[in-house]
Design a protein around this ligand. Structure first.
Ligand SMILES: C[S@@+](CC[C@H](N)C(=O)[O-])C[C@H]1O[C@@H](n2cnc3c(N)ncnc32)[C@H](O)[C@@H]1O
Length: 297
């Protein structure tokens, strides 16, 4: 088994190629996969990563990691991929081979501009598939919208405001509150397109219960891992470059709290052969416990 870069009471992070980690994992051990892959658009991640390779080679690589993620997903598990619409249609056709379509969630994207003979790109896609019937589907509610200035409610819901659920309105497949991305000065790692925490957070809330296991094969700034810690889900993460940024982020948020429950037994996710080998294991466990009592909103 590979030596983790970091373990917390909830999760484990590998500084490795996600395919190396995925291939060592047992089948059907993950409840939700959340993936925000590199888009092959020549982005400078400032870590030496080559984000512009031949398109066919890129799509072939995507097919491999998507299939691997499907393999480790439990029946009823959920798989989310965040992508531009152009890539999302390619990813969706791969996911269709193994999974069941749930939603194409559109997330508004501001601050772009139209290029050439094209419309103004105004959304990203968050593909949401499940392996068969979803094992978990939690209805997420958003607070009723209020005016930022006067604090009064903005809509009267066609005169049916008094019949509304006190906990708010049902989340739709059109998310208008997710843009813009984190401002550069708040990013954990320079150069990374770090998602707003609420994006992986919502995916996790929709599709898991506490202590379920979330996998994100492309760590970046670690948004998914922070969301999982916050919501008391177990997580497994991988980042090919600069994992130290993720460690710092989690340490800042979670290191001061005492461990309140059994640590995540991540070794159980890997093939037995690796697990038995004490040299390959070589794990120095350094628990960073997670924050207790996070509420679901
Ligand atoms: C778009 S970023 C992910 C951002 C992340 N969702 C966040 O909110 O911070 C994609 C990341 O994948 C990493 N990456 C690229 N290829 C990888 C691979 N084969 N295995 C693991 N990570 C990889 C890149 O270094 C980059 O940090």
């Amino acid at each position: 088994m590979m030596k983790p870069f970091l373990t917390t009471s909830h999760g484990v992070l590998y500084d490795a190629d996600c395919l190396d980690v995925l291939k060592r994992m047992k089948p059907e051990v993950i409840d939700t996969v959340f993936a925000d892959p590199p888009f092959n658009i020549g982005k400078d991640y400032k870590n030496g990563y080559n984000d512009k390779v031949d398109r066919d080679a890129y799509l072939a690589w995507c097919r491999t990691w998507i299939h691997e993620c499907c393999r480790v997903l439990k029946p009823g598990g959920a798989f989310f991929i965040y992508a531009t619409p152009e890539l999302a249609i390619q990813f969706a056709s791969i996911m269709e081979e193994k999974l069941n379509f749930r939603h194409w969630i559109a997330l508004t994207m501001k601050g772009t501009y139209p290029r050439g003979k094209k419309l103004y790109p105004a959304h990203y896609a968050l593909l949401y598939y499940t392996r068969g019937t979803p094992r978990v589907f939690n209805k997420v509610r958003l607070p009723i919208e209020k005016c930022r200035h006067c604090g009064k409610e903005i809509r009267d819901y066609g005169g049916h405001r008094n019949k509304m659920n006190a906990q708010g309105v049902n989340l739709t497949d059109f998310w208008t509150d997710t843009s813009p991305n984190r401002h550069a000065k708040f990013k954990v790692r320079p150069g990374v397109n770090e998602l707003k925490l609420m994006i992986p957070e919502r995916a996790i809330l929709i599709s898991t219960q506490p202590c379920d296991i979330v996998l994100d094969p492309f760590g970046g700034g670690g948004s998914t891992y922070q969301a999982a810690e916050k919501l008391h889900r177990h997580w497994i993460g991988v980042e090919l470059h600069d994992s130290a940024h993720i460690k710092n982020r989690l340490q800042e948020s979670y290191s001061l709290f005492p461990v309140e429950h059994e640590p995540f037994q991540f070794e159980d996710l890997f093939d037995h052969e690796d697990k038995q080998n004490p040299v390959l294991r070589g794990i120095e466990r350094k628990d960073m416990s997670a924050r207790p009592g996070t509420s679901v909103s």
